[in-house]
Design a protein around this ligand. Structure first.
Ligand SMILES: Nc1nc2c(ncn2[C@@H]2O[C@H](COP(=O)(O)OP(=O)(O)OP(=O)(O)O)[C@@H](O)[C@H]2O)c(=O)[nH]1
Ligand SMILES: [Mg+2]
Length: 535
């Protein structure tokens, strides 16, 4: 009987009217709780019946999995994105696919590549990288190449240079010996020059000298993004970020044609040269992408305000690429749909995943795109819109891979990017710093007193982190955790279910009352007192 009562009462907790949140049994099957309208005192078979949220979420009796939530029936890739909700302001998939696939910068996506990496090491001057070493920059370049299926590094070299942004990156002697080395290395299909952006002139010069396709950091990172993009917004942003690449390809093609006497001639009475026609088409393409992105952006704003209305606190998880953001969210939520990968930029689409805090409050963890040092600024511009949501979070978690040799520089890098994103002070001040991957360091001693040492992979240190998240969320959302005594013969309890988050109900059958633990906003508590306690 007690067991039955417990199940019955647990069902009552499931009928929280707070949102279109349903629990999932599998990634694609949604189990919607049937609304019940049963007074809780009917469940009071024992003197004090303690019900908590946690057993509900884990309850085998109902065949429910740990705690995956989502807003819609389409659960495509772990959590949900803004695009998972139904579109009123609809942009057809086919429209986006057409823009995404119509024009891809040449040479980059074509099959396998065997890469020779050249890292120009700036020895002095304003462009010297004081925060890192050439070896680590090279290691990152190798990491970028290895991230791509079918791309391998054949050989690599670090070459000194004064000013990589000048017309000529390398001095004459260096360039000659580099050219010889490249020509002598068998089986290379492309050269990756590890600078932020090569000028079209340098690119053409190198390609002519080496007889190979040449990539810079911008084109390689873009290609990784292209491979990992899933949502419409990510695809459009990549298409937009590719426009400068297409422009420089165009300039190179026209320069080639001009050598044969073609590119700048007028086309049959149109009054436009081939270059002008191509530039106009590219401009039109850019306008189309921008307007599609604008539509999606407006929709995102709408979703954000709807989400605020639903009152689930948002915790954005950010950090350098590969630091363990996705792994941490998986550990905090038990969302098996998440797939951490040992790759740079494995996560490209912003997704949300519901998790429970110790008091059973539900929060939404936002998995974000990782940061990278010297991420080309056009790319940052394209993706800053995606990161806009971070500004509207209730709390930020900065994850650091504490085992990485560049961990301090990575932290500085993340802080700089956040500064550029103009994150509000309240979020910067409450940001929680997490030192991840402590399992890779023997006896890790955390010297930063406010940081939380954890291993997301081995699920160590998570309880302390969750407590801290809860404390900050309660503070930042102005909510209170209160134990309220309610009279079960009144609508008090159903009011609390509607206006607050009910965590525990301890029924005192003899009195016909219950002690109810709630998370409640100041405003709602004011209304509650007015309605029920001042009579
Ligand atoms: N040893 C160890 N490995 C970890 C830990 N956390 C994450 N990893 C590994 O680090 C790699 C990257 O993890 P992700 O969670 O995908 O990292 P991310 O920050 O989401 O990466 P991006 O989405 O690419 O920016 C994976 O191979 C994880 O298994 C940890 O605590 N310990
Ligand atoms: Mg990730």
């Amino acid at each position: 009987m007690i067991a039955l009562t417990r199940i019955y009462s647990q069902l009552l907790l499931l009928q929280r009217p707070c949102a279109r949140i349903w629990q999932t049994t599998t990634r694609s099957t949604i189990c919607r709780p049937t609304p019940l309208h049963t007074p809780v005192h009917a469940a009071a078979a024992s003197n004090t019946l303690r019900i908590t949220g946690a057993p509900i979420l884990q309850s085998r009796a109902f065949g429910l999995s740990a705690c995956s939530f989502k807003y819609t029936d389409d659960f495509s890739h772990g959590g949900f994105t803004d695009e998972d909700e139904e579109d009123e302001d609809f942009i057809e998939d086919s429209e986006v696919e057409e823009l995404f696939l119509e024009q891809v910068p040449k040479g980059i996506g074509e099959g396998q590549h065997r890469i020779f990496i050249v890292h120009p090491d700036v020895k002095w001057g304003s462009r010297k990288q004081y925060l890192t070493t050439a070896e680590l920059m090279m290691a990152e370049a190798v990491g970028l190449v290895n991230t791509l299926d079918n791309w391998t590094v054949v050989d690599k070299i670090i070459l000194s240079t004064k000013t990589p942004e000048k017309k000529r990156i390398f001095g004459k002697g260096n360039f000659q010996s580099l050219t010889e080395k490249i020509r002598q290395t068998a089986g290379i299909t492309a050269v990756f020059v590890n600078v932020e952006r090569l000028s079209p002139l340098s690119e053409r010069e190198f390609e002519e000298a080496w007889g190979l396709k040449v990539f810079d950091r911008y084109s390689v990172v873009l290609h990784i993004f292209r491979c990992n993009a899933r949502t419409k917004e990510a695809k459009l942003q990549i298409s937009l970020a590719e426009i400068p690449l297409l422009r420089s390809c165009l300039r190179n093609e026209i320069a080639n044609l001009d050598q044969q006497g073609g590119g700048t001639r007028y086309i049959g009475g149109s009054g436009e040269t081939l270059l002008e026609v191509q530039q106009r088409l590219l401009k039109e393409r850019e306008m189309k992408i921008r307007s599609a992105l604008e539509k999606l952006r407006k929709k995102r704003h709408l979703r954000r305000s709807q989400r605020k209305h639903k009152e689930f606190p948002i915790v954005s998880v950010l950090g350098y690429t590969n630091c363990g953001k996705t792994t941490l969210i998986k550990a905090l939520t038990g969302d098996s749909g998440l797939q951490p990968r040992n790759q740079l930029f494995a996560t490209l689409d912003v997704t949300m995943h519901a998790g429970q805090l110790p008091s059973h409050m539900t929060v939404l963890y936002v998995d974000t795109i990782g940061f990278l040092s010297q991420l080309p600024h056009q790319l940052i511009d394209s993706f800053s819109a995606t990161l806009e949501d971070i500004k509207h979070s209730d709390l930020l978690i900065h994850v650091r891979d504490i085992s990485h040799p560049e961990t301090v520089n990575q932290k500085v890098n993340v802080q700089n990017i956040l500064k550029n994103l103009q994150i509000p002070d309240r979020l910067m001040n409450s940001m929680i710093e997490v030192h991840n991957k402590i399992d890779l360091i023997d006896n890790y001693q955390c010297v930063e007193p406010d940081a939380f040492p954890i291993s997301a992979l081995e699920e160590r240190g998570l309880a302390e982190l969750k407590n801290k998240v809860e404390k900050e969320i309660v503070a930042s959302t102005g909510k209170h955790i209160l134990d309220l005594k309610v009279d079960l013969s009144t609508p008090q309890l159903s009011w609390l279910y509607k206006e607050a988050t009910v965590q525990d109900v301890n029924v005192i059958a003899d009195e016909g009352s219950a002690i109810v633990r709630v998370i409640i906003s100041t405003a709602a508590y004011g209304r509650y007192k007015k309605l029920f306690t001042c009579r």
